[in-house]
Write a protein that binds this ligand. Sequence first.
Ligand SMILES: [Zn+2]
Length: 130
Amino acid sequence: MTNNIKCHKCNREIPENETFISRGNTLCEDCYIDATHKIRVCNPMGERAKTAFRKSHGLGGTDGLTDLQREIYHYTQSKGKVTRPELLKQFKLSENELENNFAFLRQSKLLKGKKEDDIVYITLWSNQDQ
Ligand SMILES: [Zn+2]
């Protein structure tokens, strides 16, 4: 039995047990992170909290991602490595949206940033397939 609730900020439908409350508004995880800035990219505490959260909810791999996050992941997977401008163009995102989604994917240990010759690429967290 799942009651889907709409995120106050991005209007995405989210299962009731994945909602967060911030200042009286019901938010999805991404918007909650965005709103509170409690979990940041490169914050090991946040990463642990996220891993524990996902474990406690039985999430793993790309389960529990939004369609967009899954598409970004698969797009990155098919390309091997991508740049932010490439993703912005491909998925018609604002930089803020991209950062939110990338932060989530990074904390889920799916994607990571990688610097090569002064260009920061986004690649798979574990680049050992193929
Ligand atoms: Zn939202």
